[in-house]
Write a protein that binds this ligand. Structure first.
Ligand SMILES: [Zn+2]
Ligand SMILES: [Zn+2]
Length: 349
């Protein structure tokens, strides 16, 4: 077993405490990653607090992982010691079902293995990236291009791929009008990526508080959804709406903003069911859809795209002792736009 330093919560209320966790010895296809940075995702909070179902404690969250390969298993071909790598929301899948064969491991018919809070094929409870080391099978490790900084690359592993995948799937490109609902961790990546893909980008936010930021990030237009005029003015405007908000919103009102054959895709996950007025769909053959992260091949494609287009998230690097505080700030939407933990600050416990 390999000992790793970690920060864990021991009950739904927290707080984080230093601990040591065990990582398995390397199987032939495993790589050992020394984690340098781990991003803080809103899902970490939902999961750790038991809001998405029961979890085992202690729990080490973190699925936006960037680090360096320090050891490889005997049959590893993809990586060598010293490589800069990332690990995202999943660490394994069955590899045999139709969806895995298509490279859509996130939709594995037998259930992908989450980076934390899941049982892996060895019967071990997975623990995430708020830790010094992780052991992952090479097929679920991606390469971080040299011109991406490791700290800024970390959030790409969830926030980046979660927004890149639906933009690609629904054809973000020049001539397409795309709206991004919510300018948080996911939303700010959606704006940067859609802009780099050549689309005309509009941010729909509750207020105009972050308008300057939105335009700087690459948005062409910025509207406040608290203003009823917005919905009148933008009716039938968009080919695609990417909804990054996980709170309950008036879906039918947003659907009315889609043009013929337009799609509204949800990447945030509200805990409560949403209701839809079907008339808002059938009138213009609109679609209401969902999308969850992206496959491993697409995650690598996204990293390469970000490197090529010089795209990185706006981050605030924190120390391991500031995680509790950072979580409170995430809940208060007080982050521009992603917290990243500097794992070297974890110290010796
Ligand atoms: Zn996430
Ligand atoms: Zn599968």
């Amino acid at each position: 077993m390999i000992n790793a330093k970690a920060r864990a919560v021991f009950n739904p209320e927290g707080p984080f405490k230093p601990t040591t966790i065990e990582r398995r010895d390397l199987e032939p296809h495993d790589v050992l990653v020394e984690i340098k940075y781990a991003g803080i995702c809103h899902s970490d909070i939902h999961t750790a607090r038991g809001e998405w179902g029961p979890v085992n404690y202690p729990l080490v969250p973190g699925h936006e992982i960037a680090g360096i390969v320090t050891q490889v298993g005997s049959e590893v071909t993809k990586f060598t010691v010293g490589d800069r790598v990332g690990v995202g929301c999943m660490v394994d899948s069955c590899g045999e079902c139709a969806h895995c064969h298509k490279g859509e491991e996130q939709y594995c018919l037998n259930g992908m293995t989450g980076t934390y809070g899941a049982i892996d094929k060895y019967g071990q409870y997975t623990q995430g990236g708020y830790s010094s080391h992780i052991v992952v099978t090479e097929g679920f490790v991606v390469r971080i291009p040299d011109n991406l900084e490791l700290d800024a690359a970390a959030p790409l592993l969830c926030a980046g791929i979660t927004t890149y995948s639906p933009l690609r799937h629904w054809g973000a490109a020049p001539g397409k009008r795309i709206a991004v609902v919510g300018l948080g961790g996911l939303g700010h990546m959606a704006v940067k990526l859609a802009h780099a893909m050549g689309a005309e980008v509009t941010v729909l936010s509750q207020t105009l508080k972050k308008k300057e930021d939105g335009l700087r990030l690459g948005a062409d237009h910025y509207y406040a959804t608290s203003d009823p005029e917005t919905f009148k003015e933008l009716a039938g405007s968009f080919d695609l709406i990417v909804n990054t908000v996980s709170a309950k919103i008036d879906i039918s009102a947003y659907l009315s903003l889609l043009t013929l054959d337009g799609t509204m895709v949800n990447v945030g996950a509200p805990a409560e069911p949403l209701s839809v007025n079907v008339f808002s769909l059938i009138g213009h053959r609109r679609s209401f859809a969902g999308s969850m992260i992206g496959g491993i091949r697409e995650t690598q494609e996204m990293l390469d795209f970000c490197a090529e287009h010089h795209i990185a998230p706006d981050i605030e690097v924190i120390s391991a002792d500031q995680i509790d505080e950072a979580w409170e700030r995430v809940l208060a939407s007080d982050v521009r736009y992603r917290f990243v933990i500097d794992i070297s600050t974890m110290g010796n416990e």
